[in-house]
Ligand binder design. Sequence first.
Ligand SMILES: Nc1ncnc2c1ncn2[C@@H]1O[C@H](COP(=O)(O)OP(=O)(O)OP(=O)(O)O)[C@@H](O)[C@H]1O
Ligand SMILES: [Mg+2]
Length: 246
Amino acid sequence: MANMNANHAQNAPAYFSAHDIHAYYGESYIVQGVSMNVHEGEILALLGRNGAGKTSTLRALARLDDPAVHKGEIWLDHQPLHTMKSYQAAQAGIALVPEDRRIIQGLTVEENIQLAQIEPPIGWSLERIYDLFPRLGERRKQEGTTLSGGEQQMLAIGRALSRDIKLLLLDEPYEGLAPVIVQEIEKTLHLIREQGITTIIVEQNAVAALNLADRALILDTGQVVFDGTAKEVLDNEELRHEYLAI
Ligand SMILES: Nc1ncnc2c1ncn2[C@@H]1O[C@H](COP(=O)(O)OP(=O)(O)OP(=O)(O)O)[C@@H](O)[C@H]1O
Ligand SMILES: [Mg+2]
């Protein structure tokens, strides 16, 4: 599918949108009215300081139990995710790759992927995933939890793609990885975008995320303080200093 971010109509409904999301951990009010629009094929960088609410926002969008969404609407390709539980939202095409990657112990690389494919909607085949990540193909029979950090991140992304997804949410995919591995994963995220997958990436490595992304959203204390192009953030020193410390 073509990358459509350059020529989408300004007023067309976004492929993915969140409107005024308010979410709580118990009594703690954390996500305070977040809205966003992401067009099909785009990469959005979701940035902000530690504790700004990035992970909480991703979890709310994926409809996990915590934080609980008390108000707001979430739409993915005309489907109302705000009415759904997490498993329904997953079936509707949202996939969260959490920071800790959740590779299943005792299973090989291949079994980790196959387990994700036991029920429809099935996405990329094993061959297609190994084409994207040759290292995973080489290690298909190795226990997943014995992979290096970078390889585990590749497995977590490959496993998400093994489902028929419409929106990929990545929480700090570069965390703890050597620069050369970050570059390798960056290249794959470009390839994934070329194949039409829409992505929201949360990263402490804001420069890397901004170099990859089309657009950026900056959060501070659970609120959106900037919504614009990635280039605008890279060019705005004040904004970078104030919210990103770069
Ligand atoms: N399970 C929880 N219960 C209560 N408060 C929580 C919980 N998880 C996170 N918080 C609080 O919500 C706020 C936002 O946290 P969140 O993890 O979303 O931030 P973040 O932007 O992802 O930060 P980081 O960059 O450190 O990962 C923080 O003040 C945090 O203490
Ligand atoms: Mg976080």
